[in-house]
Design a protein around this ligand. Structure first.
Ligand code: ATP
Ligand code: MG
Length: 485
C-alpha cells in the first residue's frame, strides 16, 4: 500500500507487487535534507501572486518517475522528489545568507540563472543577504564576496557569459567549507557542469560531516546536454539554434565552390547532442559525426569514400563533427600523449583540423579539385545570451532550486520527464548522458542525412550491451555518516 510507506523509509522498497510493481529510490537521496523537520510556515502562503493558485504547494511525498514508458512486467524504476514550494520551510527569511557560484566553461543562460536566484530569493522569500562568489570555486577562499541585489542583477540576462566570473581547477573542499562556516552562509547555489556537481557533492558531504545547517543546491550547466537523468540542460536550445548560423555559412561556402566542402565543429566532448540536433534542424548537413558513433576514414564504406560520392552527386557537401568524435583516429595517427586541463579534464585534439587535412590529402592524391572551409564557432556559441525558451527554463530551474534550499534539501535540480525534480548529486555525476546510437533519434538522423552508419556488427553489439548495463542505478559513496532520521 503506497500511502503507508513514507518515502524516507523506502530503501528500494517494493510498493506493490504485480505487473506494475515499482521500486522507489534508495534512502540517501530522499533524506538529503537537514536533520530537523522544517518548522516555519512558507512566506509564500501570504504572497498575493500565489494566493489564488490552487494546490500551489507540493506535497512532501510527491515524486517524479525517471521512466515514463513502462513495459509490461517491468519495474517503474527510480523516483525523485518533486521540486516546488513546501508548506513549511527550514529557514526564516531574515536568517538566510545565500551565495551563488558559477564554475566550468561558459554556457548561455548563466546570467539568467544568477538573476533569477537573486530575484526569486528576494521577491518570493524576502531574502536580502545574497552574495556572489567570484571566479568559480577558488573564489570562496581567494576573492571578496559580491553583494547581489535585484537591482544589481536587473539586466544581466541580456549579456552572455557570467557576471560572477568562472574558472577550472581550484576546488579545495576544506577551505571552501571553512569559508561557508566562517561567513555564516546557509544556502549555497552552485551552477556548473559535471565536474562542478562532483565538487558540490564533496562540499555537501563536508558540510554534513561538520553538522552545519546549510543547504547545497546544484544547478547543472552543460552546453553539451551530457548531464545524466535530466531531460535537457539550460543553454542547449540556444546552442543548437546558434549552431545553425555556422552550418548556414558552411553551406554557403560549400555551394559557392566547385566540389566545395563546409566543415563545422560543434561542442560535445563525450556526447554528440548538439551536433545531432543541429544536424536534424538544419537539413543542409550531409554527414554528422559524434563521439558515440565510431567511424573510419579509408577503404570501402569509410568517410573519404562517402565524401567522394557526395561530391560526385551534389558538387558540394556539409559535414558537422562534434569535438569529441574520432579522437581514437587522431591519437593513432599522431601518437600524442594525453594532456589535461586545470580541472583534470582530458584535452581533446582538434578533430576539425585533422579531418580538413585528411580530406585535402585524399583529393590531392586523386587529383580531384575541391575546396574545404573549416568553421569552429564554439566560443561564439558559448558566449551569447540565452534564447527565449532557455530564459524561461533558467527561471524555473532557479525557482525550483530556491524552494528546495528553503525546505532544507541538498540536491541537483533538473527536469525529469517534463517535471522539475530534486536529484541526489551522486546520481547526476556517476554517469553521463550520451546519444544512444541504438535509439530512434540517431536512426532519424541517419535517414535524414542519408549518411552511412560506419558501424560494424561488433560496434552495434557493443552499443546494445552498453545500453543494457547502463540501466543499473548507481549507489552513493561515502555517506555512511548520513543516515535516515
Ligand atoms: P564544463 O565541463 O561543462 O565546462 P564542469 O563543471 O565539468 O563544466 P570543470 O572545469 O571540469 O567544469 O569543473 C569545474 C570545477 O569543479 C573546477 O573548479 C574543478 O576543480 C571542480 N571539480 C571537478 N571535478 C571535481 C571532483 N571530482 N571533485 C571536486 N571538484 C571537482
Ligand atoms: Mg565537464
Amino acid at each position: 500500500n503506497a500511502s503507508s510507506v513514507s518515502l524516507a523509509d523506502a530503501a528500494y522498497v517494493k510498493i506493490s507487487e504485480g505487473d506494475f510493481g515499482y521500486v522507489l529510490d534508495d534512502v540517501p537521496h530522499l533524506v538529503d535534507h537537514l536533520p530537523d523537520a522544517p518548522t516555519y510556515p512558507n512566506p509564500l502562503q501570504d504572497h498575493p501572486a500565489y494566493s489564488t493558485v490552487k494546490q500551489y504547494f507540493v506535497n512532501e511525498d510527491d515524486t517524479v518517475p525517471q521512466k515514463v514508458v513502462v513495459q509490461k512486467n517491468s519495474r517503474r524504476g527510480v523516483h525523485f522528489r518533486r521540486a516546488g514550494p513546501r508548506q513549511k520551510v527550514y529557514f526564516e527569511s531574515d536568517e538566510v545568507k545565500a551565495c551563488i557560484v558559477t564554475c566550468g566553461g561558459l554556457c548561455p543562460g548563466l546570467n539568467t540563472v544568477i538573476r533569477e536566484l537573486v530575484c526569486g530569493l528576494a521577491h518570493m522569500y524576502n531574502v536580502s543577504k545574497i552574495y556572489g562568489i567570484q571566479n568559480g570555486y577558488k573564489g570562496f577562499y581567494s576573492s571578496n564576496y559580491l553583494t547581489l541585489t535585484p537591482k544589481s542583477v536587473d539586466d544581466i540576462h541580456k549579456r552572455g557569459g557570467t557576471v560572477l566570473g568562472t574558472s577550472r581547477g581550484g576546488h579545495d573542499t576544506k577551505k571552501i567549507v571553512d569559508n561557508i562556516q566562517d561567513r555564516g552562509i546557509n544556502q549555497v547555489y552552485i551552477i556548473g557542469g559535471d565536474g562542478t556537481q562532483k565538487g558540490a557533492y564533496e562540499i555537501f558531504k563536508e558540510i554534513r560531516k561538520r553538522g552545519l545547517k546549510v543547504s547545497v543546491a546544484g544547478i547543472p550547466k552543460t552546453i553539451d546536454n551530457d548531464i545524466a537523468i535530466i531531460d535537457k540542460s539550460f543553454g542547449f536550445d540556444t546552442a543548437v539554434e546558434e549552431a545553425q548560423r555556422a552550418i548556414d555559412s558552411a553551406h554557403v561556402e560549400a555551394c559557392s565552390a566547385e566540389n566545395g566542402i563546409g566543415l563545422v565543429k560543434l561542442m560535445g566532448r563525450y556526447s554528440g547532442f548538439i551536433a545531432m540536433y543541429a544536424t536534424l534542424a538544419s537539413r543542409d548537413v550531409d554527414c554528422c559525426l559524434i563521439p558515440e558513433s565510431p567511424f573510419y576514414m579509408d577503404g570501402e564504406g569509410g568517410l573519404l569514400q562517402y565524401v567522394e560520392r557526395r561530391l560526385k552527386e551534389n558538387k558540394h557537401m556539409v559535414i558537422v563533427v562534434a569535438e569529441g568524435a574520432g579522437q581514437d583516429l587522431i591519437a593513432k595517427s599522431l601518437s600524442t600523449s594525453e594532456q589535461q586541463d586545470a580541472s583534470g579534464n582530458k584535452l581533446l585534439l582538434d578533430i576539425g583540423l585533422w579531418l580538413t587535412h585528411k580530406i585535402k590529402d585524399h583529393f590531392k592524391s586523386k587529383k580531384m579539385e575541391m575546396t574545404i572551409k573549416y568553421i569552429d564557432p564554439t566560443y561564439m556559441i558559448r558566449a551569447i545570451p540565452s534564447n527565449a525558451s532557455d530564459n524561461v527554463y533558467c527561471t524555473l530551474l532557479a525557482h525550483s532550486a530556491i524552494h528546495g534550499a528553503m525546505a532544507g534539501y541538498s540536491f541537483t535540480v533538473g527536469n525529469v520527464n517534463g517535471r522539475h525534480a530534486y536529484i541526489p548529486f551522486y546520481r547526476v555525476t556517476s554517469t553521463r548522458n550520451k546519444v544512444k546510437i541504438t535509439d530512434r533519434m540517431w536512426a532519424r538522423l541517419l535517414s535524414s542525412t542519408n549518411q552511412p552508419s560506419f558501424l560494424s556488427q561488433k560496434d552495434i553489439d557493443e552499443a546494445k550491451e552498453n545500453d543494457r548495463t547502463a540501466n543499473k542505478p548507481p549507489l552513493p559513496t561515502g555517506l555512511s555518516h548520513h543516515v535516515a532520521n
